[in-house]
Structure formats: structure tokens, C-alpha cells
Design a protein around this ligand. Sequence first.
Ligand SMILES: Cc1cc2nc3c(=O)[nH]c(=O)nc-3n(C[C@H](O)[C@H](O)[C@H](O)COP(=O)(O)OP(=O)(O)OC[C@H]3O[C@@H](n4cnc5c(N)ncnc54)[C@H](O)[C@@H]3O)c2cc1C
Ligand code: FES
Length: 357
Amino acid sequence: MATFHKIKVKDIYKETNDCSVVTFDIPGPLLEEFQFRQGQHLTLKADIDGEDVRRSYSLCSSPIESEWKVAVKLLPEGKFSTYINNSLHTGDTLEIMPPSGTFGVSIDRVNTKNYLFFAAGSGVTPVMSMIKTHLALEPNSTCKLFYVNRTAKSIIFKEELEQLRNTYFGRFEIYYFLTKEKRDIDLFNGRFDDEKMKVLTETFIDIPDTNEVFLCGPEDMVNYVSEYLVNAGLPKELIHFELFVSGLSEEDKLRAERLAQQNVEGVEITIVDGGKEFHFTMTSDYDNILDAALGAGADLPFACKGGVCSTCKCQILDGTVEMKKNYALEPREVAQNFVLSCQSVPTSEKVKLNYDV
Ligand SMILES: Cc1cc2nc3c(=O)[nH]c(=O)nc-3n(C[C@H](O)[C@H](O)[C@H](O)COP(=O)(O)OP(=O)(O)OC[C@H]3O[C@@H](n4cnc5c(N)ncnc54)[C@H](O)[C@@H]3O)c2cc1C
Ligand code: FES
């Protein structure tokens, strides 16, 4: 069972005007539990003005650095990001859950893969961890990063990326795109669009020779670039993405409306967590299993409650559920009966879910 641990802030510094990088001091006894794979994230919890606030932050360090670092971009009126950027200091304590998430692929020294990364703003964080890891541990693989920011000054990890380019000269290329600053070469001004993607796929990207693509940024960018690459001939299964926040697509809205009609009153739920079973009967006061379980007194992991972070992931052992939306689980996980409990509506009279997975 993943639980929160009190962890000290080892260091915090401003990477740009509105982004703080926080390094955590993981104590010896927790080192094993906090081992991670490139692309995973931490769930952070703090009491902010009397409210229990939880958010996910991708690890931007590589597992080979033995460091646990996140970069938090300040969002206007954002509760957690304002707290981290304006109030957190070295030596303070935060509650943190061990790393989780399935963004990223396995590393193999003998790989000769060509990786592409598309990132925007703070979306560079999981990508940074992957690039460092793939370059260091797969000596025959290459990485190309296409990275969108507002201005040159707002580019997170500019210096570290430049150092990586020097260290791995010939194996790592970076292309910066700025949306609020004009530069001489028009290709590098503005967001990804058909004109840019045409040049990129004809000049910088060799589609048949691309092995994996990772995208992290706003939902419209992620959807647009994925679709363009698939239309340009890249197999869909080579594209991996992570969203930090998601809206509701038309399809999601229709599904949510349909599931709102589902009668959940009286459904018997069994939760397996920490090797123990917890039983309760669902009422129509709740529209998802996670909230109903929390309301019944269960202590279950969650963060975004929006179908993007996968902290509430569990596996169906018995019965059936339908998810309102899912932007966190890969198709292979869904095929193995994994669900996001914050999005799950029971569609059978009994449901048994296992959180010990
Ligand atoms: C798997 C995962 C990894 C993440 N990794 C990082 C990371 O490495 N660095 C990082 O800075 N953030 C990351 N996030 C986003 C982070 O969890 C928070 O959502 C973000 O910091 C905003 O929280 P807040 O409490 O400050 O804002 P809130 O108080 O929750 O929201 C303030 C307003 O901003 C909107 N909003 C919330 N999140 C975003 C967003 N990302 N972009 C645009 N608008 C938004 C909300 O709709 C709301 O209107 C990640 C999210 C997930 C799910
Ligand atoms: S709590 Fe984030 S996906 Fe359910």
C-alpha cells in the first residue's frame, strides 16, 4: 500500500522566474521504496490554509543520479504551485508518496533506438529525466527534443539541456520554439502547426527510423502532434503521452452524461488495500468509487481526481465498472482490468477492487 512519508526539502531554487526546482532528502530506510523509473512522478501533499492539497509532480532527475527532484511551475491562482514557489524553504517538510506512473519505456544497453520528445513549458520535466537516462544508459540511442516555451527566459532547464547537448554531441539535438518572442528563423516562432510539422517531418524527423515518441504539454498540443505523426505514417503504439491537466472531450462529456444515469445505489463494494478488505455499500450521493470509499472512511491514494495522474489506480477483481475518462492508463493496463477509481462508476451489483498492485 502506497502511503505518504514526511520528507525534508534538501534544496529549493528558482530555475526561471516562475519555476522552482525542489530536491528532496530521501532518508536511508526509504531509499528502496523511492526507487523510480525515468518518467515517473511523485504525489506531494501539504496542508494549505487548513486544506489537504495533493498534486503530482514528475521527477526531472534521472534514476542514475540518485536524486529526487521536481520542477514546479507557478500557475496564476494555483494553490499548490503558489505554495511551492512562494512559501516552501530548504529544511521544510512535505508529505510525499513513493514514485508512481507508467510514462516511459524500459532501458536496455543494447538498444539502438531513436527517441523523439515534444514538450511545452513544465511538460519538459518527465522528458528531462528520460533524455538523461536514455543518453547515459543506451550508448547507441539518439534523442531529439522539440521544446516550446513563451520566451527564451522562460525555458526550464536551458542550461542543463545545453550541457547534455555538449556531452552527447551527435546523439542529442534540441530545437527550441518560442511563442511570445520573435527570432530570425520563422520555423522556430510559434506553436506546432501543419506548416512546421511538415518541415519537421521532412527535414529533422525520419518517421520510419523513429522508435518511440514522448509528448508532454497542453492537451491540444499533445493531440495535434500525435495525430499529425500518425497521419505521417508513425504507428500509434509508438506514441506515449502524459497530460498534467485535462478538459472533457465531446466523447467524455457524452459518456459522463450516460454514466450519470447509472443507478449506483446499493452497489456492494469491496476494497482490498494493504492486504485487508474493506466493505461498504455505495449510495447515489457519490458518482465514483474513490469518493464513495473515502466517504465511507477508507484511506485510499489519490491526487488529481481528474483522470490524469493514476495515483488512484487499482485492479478489478470482481464485477464491472466504466470510467468517465482516462488520460493516465495505457490500453494494455485497461486490458488487464486496471481502472482509475476516481473515474469509475459501478455497472454491476457487486464490485471488488484491489489497490495492492
Ligand atoms: C502526472 C502529472 C505530473 C505532473 N508534473 C508536473 C510537473 O513536473 N511540474 C508542474 O509544474 N506541474 C506538474 N503537474 C501539474 C500539477 O500536478 C498541478 O496540476 C499544477 O501544479 C497546478 O496545481 P495548483 O494547485 O497550483 O493549481 P490549481 O489550484 O489546481 O489550479 C489553478 C488553475 O489552473 C488550472 N490548471 C491546473 N493545472 C494546470 C496546468 N498544468 N496547466 C494549465 N492550467 C492548469 C486549473 O484548471 C485552475 O483553473 C503534473 C500533473 C500530473 C497529473
Ligand atoms: S486521482 Fe488522479 S487519476 Fe484518479
